[in-house]
Design a protein around this ligand. Structure first.
Ligand SMILES: Cc1cc2nc3c(=O)[nH]c(=O)nc-3n(C[C@H](O)[C@H](O)[C@H](O)COP(=O)(O)OP(=O)(O)OC[C@H]3O[C@@H](n4cnc5c(N)ncnc54)[C@H](O)[C@@H]3O)c2cc1C
Length: 190
């Protein structure tokens, strides 16, 4: 497995199956139902898990940024970063973005639990979570400067981790394409 940019705790590798025979009693569901099972059972859990991961990273970035701006003091005027209006606005933007993503995730989980999850909500959540964490990763560089860019800071790891949701399947591009197809009544293969 090649070394990853982020999410290094994840250990995935290609699997190749050659001349592989599996007994028919091991079949999950009926023959030909694989795609349906994948869409109805695997996709919701995958979307929920990856989105929760992205929201968690976004919240960790937010918390570390708040701590940093409160505690970064300048000796020439004894002010901290938190006292600057532009920093206050960025911190507010970070909080709004985190809350928006977390509430969307809670809504999705709630609908899932009630058995009322519609396909667009299911597809949307990962896009919302991925966009939120990428935004937070950019904003933390603005408020935490060199601290965020330093490998000694936890932010450096969060910034690397924040990119994973964009690459992990289904990618936001694919999800957007599927949402567009549903809205426009174009048959989709998922
Ligand atoms: C941390 C991590 C963990 C992973 N874990 C797993 C795992 O457990 N199991 C697993 O099966 N895979 C796993 N993957 C692989 C992941 O599912 C793939 O990286 C993902 O599906 C994208 O495939 P690809 O990298 O081959 O991109 P490519 O297929 O090479 O595509 C490159 C880019 O082009 C875009 N693209 C592709 N086709 C189209 C199109 N038709 N129209 C527009 N844009 C398109 C994609 O959105 C993508 O951004 C993991 C990846 C990462 C980073």
């Amino acid at each position: 497995m090649p070394k990853l940019m982020g999410l290094r705790g994840n250990n995935s590798a290609p699997i190749e199956m050659k001349d592989c025979r599996i007994e028919s009693k091991a079949l999950i569901g009926n023959e030909g139902d694989g795609f349906k099972i994948s869409r109805e059972k695997l996709l919701p859990m995958g979307q929920l898990g990856i989105s929760a991961l992205q929201v968690g990273i976004a919240k960790a970035i937010y918390r570390e940024s708040v701590e940093y701006v409160k505690n970064r003091f300048y000796s020439h005027n004894e002010k901290n970063l938190a006292s600057f209006q532009s920093i206050q606005q960025i911190i507010a933007e970070m909080k709004i973005e985190c809350d928006r993503a977390e509430r969307s995730l809670e809504y999705m989980a709630c609908q899932m639990e009630k058995g009322k999850l519609d396909m667009i909500t299911l597809l949307e959540i990962k896009i919302i979570a991925c966009e939120a964490v990428l935004k937070l990763a950019n904003l933390c560089l603005k408020v935490c400067g060199g601290h965020a860019y330093s490998a000694r800071s936890p932010l450096e790891r969060y910034i690397r981790d924040s990119k994973a949701g964009t690459v992990l399947g289904p990618t936001p591009e694919l999800l957007k394409e599927l949402i567009g197809k549903i809205i426009l009544d174009i048959p989709a293969s998922i």
